[in-house]
Design a protein around this ligand. Sequence first.
Ligand code: HEC
Ligand code: HEC
Length: 203
Amino acid sequence: MHSSILGYLSRWILSALLVLSLLLPFGVRAADAQQIAATLCAACHGPDGNSTDPAYPKIAGLDRDYLAKQLRYFASGQRRNDIMAGIVATIGEADFLPLAAYFSSQQPLPGKVRNARLAEIGKQIYEDGNTETGVPACAGCHQSNGSGNARFPRLAGQHQAYTLQQLAEYKSGRRAADRLMVSVGQRLSADEMKALAEYIAGL
Ligand code: HEC
Ligand code: HEC
């Protein structure tokens, strides 16, 4: 009887240890990601991914898989940006997904429209596209409210300057890891890009 209690106890301890050893890496990873975010990413993107400096994109609330994919693009050089290339080189590939999950789980803050007339023009292109030049409706992929998903990133509330710069990079082919957005960018005029960036900031 004595030995069966001991056997039961040791089995219990063994399985508890096994569960712990399975859970521990995730706990450590999550803590790691939060710490990396606070020490390495916050300076530009804000502690919760809502950057206040328009030179840096808001990354709060964007889909986890989209964010992780962009980190891989920066690492491979498929998406060219010297700052982010330097950043991803200092962290391990294993941290990409936990970091993406952290920023994805943060509440995105709204942006600000500065020119309501321009935003009105942007809304029309966003909702209907431009049939004359073959610009597709942005809403068709990024959704009417700009909330996006894993395939088509969230745009809502983004800084005008960042949206404008990315549209220009798709148009020129500098950002071309995903050709789908290149074909959209190529059809946009400079005026349309400005109007779209203004409208998207207020979504
Ligand atoms: C020194 C400033 C700086 C720091 C620090 C920084 N970033 Fe960035 N990040 C940028 C800039 C600038 C861009 C825009 C790059 C471009 O134009 O392609 C960017 C873009 C991104 C994007 C793409 C966003 C999108 O919508 O496609 C992700 C994801 C990202 N950063 C994650 C991170 C993470 C995670 C960290 C910390 C490990 C970090 N960044 C640290 C400046 C920074
Ligand atoms: C056919 C689907 C599709 C349509 C239509 C579309 N997009 Fe996109 N968009 C994408 C995809 C896919 C990506 C991600 C590309 C990548 O990884 O570089 C993207 C990325 C973007 C980005 C970069 C976001 C970031 O966080 O860096 C912006 C800005 C953008 N789209 C704006 C627009 C605008 C404005 C329109 C309308 C004129 C539009 N898109 C229409 C599919 C689409």
